[in-house]
Ligand binder design. Structure first.
Ligand code: CAA
Length: 440
C-alpha cells in the first residue's frame, strides 16, 4: 500500500515576543519560577497589529508551496483548523486561498476548502480528512494543504494568560511523503466536557484546573483505545512522543501517567521494581481510596527514578523546545511539538529514518487522539529547510505596556485598532490591511 502522510511542514510565528520571566512576572507580581519552572514556558509569541490567523496561515502556506515548487493545480484541498475564527459561515481557508491566488498565476477554484472545529485537536482532524481523501482515491494525484492557525489569547488576569501564544503551521499531506507516514491505527478518548468554551466571544471561559484533569483523562482513554488496535505499548517502541502542549508542564504530567501505564507488566518493571518497588495493582486493594493513595505514592517515587528521567529526556523533552519559546498555538501546538522533536534529533545528528513517533493530540470539549507515525528517508532535508530559529530570534520583544496595547488590538477594541501601533515592519508577506482584504 502506498504510504500516505506529512510530506512537508512550515511554521510561522507571530512577530512579537513577550518574555514571561523578565516582563510578565514582574508586572503580575509573581515569581518568574511559576512560569519558567512550573508551567515550563519562557516566552509567548504574539501577532503584530498587521497579523492575524489569515496572514500567519497564508504566509506559512506560501512558504510551503514555494519551497516544494507547487502550483495551485497541484493542490486538491485546503483545510484550516482554528479556534480563533471570526466568521461562522465563510471558512478561513477561503481567505487563505484568496491570499495565495494573489501571488500565483493559477487559482484554487478546483480545490475543496473547509474549516475544522474541535478546539486544539482540529489540526489533527484536518490531517485525518486529507488522509482519508487520499486513501479513498479521490485526490486525483493531488496533495492537500492543512493549516492550523490560532491567536491563543486569554482575558487579562485569567490564569491562562501566561500560556498565550500565536502562530500557524502549514502541512502538506500526500502520497510517498518525505517527513512521516501516518499509521491507519488510531485511538480516541472523547466526552462532552465544558471546561474550556468560546461561545461567540473573543477570549475563552476556562476552568483551568479542571481542564488539566480532563486532558489527562481523555488522553488515557485514547492511549487504551489505541492499544486495542496497535497492541500494548512498551517504553522503547517510540523514539519521540509529541503531545499537544498548552504549556510544557501539562505534558510533564501526561508523560508521567503515560510512563506509569506503559511500564505495567513489561520487562522494564523489573528495573523499576528494583528502584521503587512494584506498581500497585487494583486487585490488591479492597478500598478504592487506599488504592488511589498507593498509586499516588508510587507515581511520586517514579518521577524521581533514573529510568523515568532517561525516558523523559529522550522521548519527551526534545518535543518541548519550541513550545517553551512560543506558548500555546492551540491547533498548531502538537504539530510544533513534532517539528521540535525532529529538529532536536537533526541537530544531535541522530538518524531517525524508520523510527516511530507516538503522537497525542487533544482538544478541549473534549477529545484526545493517538496515532503512530513512521519517519521517512527525506525527513532530514525537510527539517533542515525550516527557518524556525531565524523567525524566533527576529521577534520584537514587547514591554508590558506594549503587550497591553497589542492585546487590546487583538481583542477587537475598535478605538485601539483605529490607531494600532505596529512594532515590526512587514517584509514582502501577507498583511492585514484593515479592510478585510489581504495584500502582499
Ligand atoms: N517555582 C516553581 N514552580 C512554581 C512556582 C515557583 N515559584 N509557583 C508555582 N509553581 C508551579 C505550581 O506548583 C504548579 O505546578 P504543578 O501543576 O505541577 O502543581 C505550576 O507552577 C502552575 O502553578 P498554578 O497551578 O498555581 O498556576 P495557575 O493555577 O495560575 O494556572 C493553569 C495553571 C490553571 C493550568 C492555567 O495556566 C490555565 O488556566 N491555563 C489555560 C488552560 C490550559 O492550558 N489547560 C491545559 C489543559 S486544556 C488544553 O490543553 C487545551 C488548550 O490548549 C487550552
Amino acid at each position: 500500500m502506498t504510504a500516505v502522510g506529512i510530506d512537508a511542514v512550515e511554521i510561522r510565528t507571530g512577530k512579537l515576543e513577550l518574555d514571561l520571566a523578565e516582563t510578565f512576572a514582574p508586572a503580575k507580581g509573581e515569581d518568574p519560577g511559576k512560569y519558567t519552572k512550573g508551567l515550563g514556558l519562557h516566552s509567548s509569541s504574539f501577532p503584530d497589529a498587521y497579523e492575524d490567523i489569515v496572514t500567519m496561515g497564508a504566509n506559512a502556506a506560501h512558504r510551503l508551496m514555494e519551497r516544494k515548487g507547487l502550483e495551485p493545480d497541484d493542490i486538491g484541498r485546503i483545510d484550516v483548523a482554528t479556534e480563533s475564527a471570526f466568521d461562522n459561515s465563510k471558512p478561513v481557508s477561503t481567505y487563505i486561498a484568496g491570499c495565495l491566488e494573489q501571488v500565483y498565476d493559477g487559482d484554487f477554484h478546483h480545490a475543496n476548502k473547509g474549516e475544522r472545529k474541535f478546539a486544539c485537536v482540529a489540526g489533527t482532524q484536518s490531517i485525518d480528512d486529507a488522509y482519508n481523501w487520499i486513501r479513498a482515491g479521490r485526490h486525483r494525484g493531488r496533495k492537500a494543504i492543512v493549516v492550523a492557525t490560532d491567536t491563543a489569547l486569554y482575558a487579562r488576569g485569567d490564569p491562562g494568560e501566561a500560556t498565550q501564544g500565536a502562530g500557524a503551521v502549514a502541512l502538506l499531506i500526500g502520497e510517498d511523503p518525505n517527513l512521516v507516514e501516518l499509521s491507519p491505527e488510531q485511538g480516541f478518548g472523547s466526552a462532552d466536557e465544558t471546561d474550556f468554551l468560546k461561545p461567540n466571544q473573543q477570549f475563552p471561559s476556562v476552568d483551568g484546573k479542571r481542564s488539566v484533569q480532563v486532558y489527562l483523562a481523555r488522553m488515557r482513554e485514547a492511549v487504551e483505545d489505541f492499544e486495542s488496535v496497535w497492541g500494548e505499548i512498551e517504553p522503547g517502541d517510540f523514539t519521540l512522543v509529541p503531545f499537544h502542549t498548552p504549556f510544557p508542564g501539562m505534558v510533564r504530567k501526561a508523560a508521567l501517567l503515560g510512563f506509569r501505564h506503559i511500564t505495567r507488566d513489561t520487562h522494564i518493571e523489573e528495573e523499576l521494581a528494583a528502584e521503587i518497588g512494584r506498581q500497585p495493582r487494583a486487585e490488591a486493594f479492597d478500598d478504592e481510596a487506599a488504592f488511589r493513595d498507593a498509586i499516588s505514592e508510587y507515581t511520586d517515587k517514579l518521577k524521581e527514578t533514573e529510568t523515568y528521567a532517561a525516558w523523559y529526556d529522550d522521548v519527551i523533552d526534545p518535543t518541548l523546545t519550541i513550545s517553551r519559546e512560543v506558548g500555546n498555538w492551540y491547533t498548531g501546538s502538537v504539530h510544533v511539538a513534532r517539528v521540535s522533536g525532529l529538529k532536536q534529533a537533526l541537530e544531535a545528528g541522530e538518524d531517525l529514518t524508520g523510527e516511530r513517533l507516538l503522537v497525542g493530540s487533544y482538544g478541549s470539549g473534549a477529545q484526545a487522539e493517538i496515532h503512530a507515525e513512521t519517519v521517512q528517508p527525506g525527513w532530514e532535508d525537510e527539517i533542515a529547510e525550516l527557518n524556525v530559529d531565524e523567525q524566533l530570534e527576529s521577534r520584537y520583544a514587547i514591554s508590558f505596556e506594549e503587550y497591553e496595547h497589542i492585546h487590546d488590538v487583538h481583542n477587537h477594541d475598535t478605538d485601539t485598532q483605529a490607531d494600532a501601533e505596529e512594532f515590526t515592519t512587514p517584509d514582502a508577506e501577507f498583511v492585514f490591511d484593515g479592510w478585510g482584504r489581504m495584500g502582499e
